[in-house]
Design a protein around this ligand. Structure first.
Ligand code: GLY
Length: 358
């Protein structure tokens, strides 16, 4: 079984294919979508031995394995990728395939956006977070020491192949982190997913059926596809997808991208947003409890008790959601979210301190 979800884009609509075995059937799938084989596969040193090398060898394609992890989502990695492509004669008519998690798809997508002023690329997310969020919607980019994702481009792929078989090799920590984005999507648009996330954690990859994984990913992608179809460049509704990300990004940057997986920081950020929602009279006490409980049910994540709340919140000042009036937060309500809520830095510090107390 596979689910095909079409994503609308001003740069050309593209399909997300969700289901088991997509990577094995890459040639056949590309043929069916009238797309040429990519000239280059880019992955990281973890996913290369698992999937990238086999595929590159089978199809006779060039392979680049980049160092993994959020600390490598940088200009330097983009430069290395572009220079590799140049060295291998990749021209404007060719395309690249990014196989990996959100860090790889964001970085390679951004390299594709800028190399020779833009080449086509295909995303094959191999983490849950990559499948349900990063690979869909066309956001690409890298981090700066000053803040998360501060350099980037809207540059959608031509195709997304979310091969749910690849989740079988995903460490439990990565699975939990990906489920934070599922909780986010659930709060925005489909509360039935809220129960599925902790269930998936309790059962683990092996005990949940391939069909159930496919359904979880496909539903999350459908929510995201619907949002980005309406607002691809985040002028309005797409901002909702930033729920939990303002504090989450600050936590990532303040710990030099070394402590948290992105989803773990988002899980903390969802709790911060829940506290703020209640403080601003947007969310009931029950709603706050429900969102925080959903986030806690995702299980263990690196702590925040030792962090200097003021120092963390100083990173909020450079958030992309800044405008002349300050930082626009997305805050939860009992039945969704509100966009563009103003939160003073002093209040964000208070909230982080509340969160630090547990
Ligand atoms: N990850 C948020 C977005 O794609 O808009």
């Amino acid at each position: 079984m596979t689910a095909n979800l079409d994503v609308k884009s001003g740069r050309g609509d593209y399909r997300t294919i969700v289901g088991p075995g997509g990577l094995e059937r890459l040639g056949e799938i590309l043929n069916g979508e009238n797309l040429a084989l990519p000239r280059s596969i880019v992955t990281d040193t973890t996913v290369g031995p698992l999937h990238g090398r086999k595929l590159a060898a089978a199809l006779g394609l060039d392979l680049l394995e980049l160092p993994g992890g959020e600390t490598n989502k940088t200009w330097a990695t983009v430069e290395r990728t572009c220079r590799h492509w140049l060295g291998n004669g990749l021209d404007r008519g060719g395309s690249a395939l990014a196989i990996g998690g959100g860090i790889i798809t964001d970085t390679v997508g951004f390299a594709a956006a800028t190399y020779l002023r833009g080449i086509a690329w295909i995303a094959a997310p191999t983490t849950l977070l990559g499948m349900v969020d990063a690979a869909v919607g066309g956001k690409t980019g890298v981090n700066l020491p000053e803040g998360k994702n501060l350099v980037g481009a809207f540059w959608p792929p031509r195709l997304v192949i979310a091969d749910t078989n690849t989740l079988s090799t995903l460490p439990a920590r990565e699975l939990r982190a990906g489920l934070a984005e599922v909780v986010k999507a659930a709060w925005i648009n489909d509360r039935s997913l809220l129960d599925l996330a902790p269930e998936a954690i309790e059962m683990g990859y092996d005990s949940m059926s391939p069909q159930a994984w496919e359904a979880l990913v496909a539903r999350s992608v459908a929510i995201k596809a619907e949002v980005v179809a309406e607002d691809e460049r985040e002028a309005g509704r797409r901002k909702a997808l930033n729920l939990g990300h303002t504090m989450g990004h600050a936590l990532e940057a303040a710990t030099r991208y070394e402590r948290f997986l992105h989803g773990e920081a988002v899980a903390w950020g969802l709790e911060a947003a829940a506290i703020l929602g209640r403080r601003h009279g947007l969310l009931s006490a029950d709603g706050e409890k429900e969102l925080r409980t959903a986030s806690r049910k995702l299980g263990e994540r690196p702590g925040i008790a030792d962090l200097d709340a003021g120092a963390v919140c100083s990173y909020i000042a450079v958030d992309k959601k800044r405008d002349a009036d300050g930082i626009a937060w997305v805050l939860p309500t009992d039945d969704g979210v509100v966009l563009d809520q103003r939160v003073e830095t002093a209040e964000a510090v208070e909230v982080l301190r509340e969160l630090q107390k547990g």
